[in-house]
Design a protein around this ligand. Structure first.
Ligand SMILES: [Ca+2]
Ligand SMILES: [Ca+2]
Ligand SMILES: [Ca+2]
Ligand SMILES: [Ca+2]
Ligand SMILES: [Zn+2]
Length: 484
């Protein structure tokens, strides 16, 4: 099971869920039987943050809740030949980048009468009081634009080598698939560990359990047999994560070319989910998906008043701007709206971890169910072996089998003085229909062992000694049995 978080550098609580998972597993091993068995049979690879330098930048430098998102590689966003020359400016030095407004009798914005911290658009027949001037900043390079080229910019989750499209089609794609070294490092790791059967990445906002495809018109990649498993796990997740919805990225959310989850499934056949962590559990979510931003924002501020006691918002305060003159600065702090308030973090970590642990639990595990030996004429023996998969996910996904991503499972027979004369896959045990594998009959290749299912193989052998049967699956582990 592969777990990562924080690919978007401002989405810092993904790292917290990953770390909580590592802590909980290590802490519970030996005291909770279910966890002990899980760790005895499965391997977890946990990468708390795959964008650590930009995470550090988010925490220690002035940012909005939505920045930087990118990594820190220098890029010229506005094509003026300079890189990263004009990012936000934390004018009042409080670590937050919030909004600027200027009193203007001809402006089109007003304070909301319900909460004067919120700016609302004046009605068509109403006089306004303010002009909004965007995020805190100045024109650092004197090109007539403010905040047009900060650190980055590219989107690390649009840079993966599956259905990748260049920048003019997919914003944030960067130069070519895996041009971003952090992504390249993850891809190299995943390619070097074909035993990874499940993957989870943690993002930060919306209360969603997401599966691919993210790319539009990619309705052939995700195989029907695999989607049954995705649906099974996704629905399980909805029960464990109140307020979360199990959704498909390109159908229910938006279109993503070159997303991590599509690469993990498409290129590697790995069952992959992305969770969008923070949700206020129906506090401000309207029943209608098409709620207006203003009403959602009003609810965010209400949440701030009633549960955060105002700690989530920078109150409007005066500032002398070098270009705009006397202005005011205020708005939502970077530390919340995309990030869970601290009192909700443990619950969020635990429930998301539990979802991922059940995903890991259902990953394949092979076991030899039975070995039966029947003596035949002429000193020969017939050996029938049933191998089972103890969990819900097949040893190889349908995507893996269709594209020959990892090698088939191998069930082999060996023993001192034993000669294997013929080997078969018993395709229909009830009708006893078997297909011979003429090449290397001692090593029967099985495409996949279905979830909670079995495969049966058969050998005709010569020799009387003890035989050893081994079942080896790249993702489902290994089991061995001896008989005579
Ligand atoms: Ca530039
Ligand atoms: Ca500030
Ligand atoms: Ca500028
Ligand atoms: Ca510029
Ligand atoms: Zn994200």
């Amino acid at each position: 099971m592969y777990i990562d978080g924080n690919i978007h550098s401002n989405e810092i609580q993904g790292a917290e869920v990953a770390l909580y998972t590592a802590w909980f597993l290590a802490e519970s091993y030996g005291s909770i039987d279910w966890i002990t068995e899980l760790l005895d049979t499965k391997t977890f690879y946990i990468v708390p943050s795959i964008n650590p330098d930009a995470r550090d930048y988010f925490i220690h430098e002035g940012n909005t809740p939505h920045s930087p998102r990118s990594g820190m590689l220098p890029r010229d966003d506005d094509g003026d030949g300079l890189v990263d020359e004009d990012g936000f400016d934390d004018l009042d030095g409080d670590g937050n980048i919030v909004q600027m407004r200027k009193r203007d009798p001809n402006g089109r914005w007003l304070p909301d009468p319900d909460d004067p911290r919120i700016m609302v658009r004046a009605r068509p027949d109403e006089k306004g009081e303010y002009t909004l001037l965007g995020w805190e900043g100045i024109d650092n390079d004197g090109d007539g634009r403010v905040n047009e080229d900060g650190p980055g910019f590219y989107d690390p989750n649009r840079n993966w080598a599956w259905q990748w499209q260049p920048k003019y089609v997919q914003y944030g794609a960067d130069r070519y698939p895996f041009s971003i070294p952090e992504n390249r490092a993850v891809a190299d790791f995943v390619l070097a560990h074909p035993n990874i059967a499940g993957a989870q990445s943690y993002h930060n906002s919306g209360g969603m359990i997401l599966r691919g495809p993210g790319a539009p018109k990619d309705d052939t990649t995700y195989k029907r047999e695999d989607l049954r498993l995705y649906d099974f796990l996704g629905k399980l997740g909805e029960d464990m994560l109140p307020g979360y919805r199990y959704l498909t990225v390109n159908k229910d959310l938006y279109q993503v070319y070159g997303g991590e989850l599509d690469w993990l499934y498409g290129a590697r056949g790995i069952f992959t989910f992305t969770n969008e962590l923070w949700t206020s559990f129906n506090f401000y979510r309207e029943k209608s998906e098409k709620e207006k931003w203003d009403s959602k924002r009003g609810k965010l501020y209400r949440f701030d008043r009633l549960l955060l006691f105002g700690e989530g918002v920078v109150p409007w305060h005066a500032y002398q701007h070098p270009r705009y003159g006397p202005i005011e600065i205020g708005g939502i702090k970077k530390a919340w709206t995309r990030t869970a308030p601290s009192f909700m973090i443990e619950d969020m970590c635990h429930r998301n971890m539990a979802f991922t642990l059940f995903h890991a639990y259902h990953l394949p595990l092979v076991a030899i169910d039975s070995v039966s030996i029947v003596p035949l004429d002429g000193g020969l023996r017939r050996v029938d072996v049933v191998v089972k998969n103890l969990h819900a996910i097949p040893t190889r996904s349908a995507q893996d089998v269709a594209n020959h991503i990892t090698r088939p499972d191998i069930i082999s027979l060996a023993g001192p003085g034993i000669e294997v004369l013929a080997g078969f896959i018993v395709e229909n045990p009830l009708l006893d229909i078997a297909r011979e594998q003429k090449h290397q009959p001692d090593r029967i290749r099985v495409e996949t062992i279905p979830g909670m299912g079995t495969v049966k193989v058969r050998w005709i052998v010569q020799g009387n000694g003890e035989i050893t049967v081994t079942a080896e699956s790249i993702k489902g582990g290994r089991d061995e049995a001896r008989a005579r």
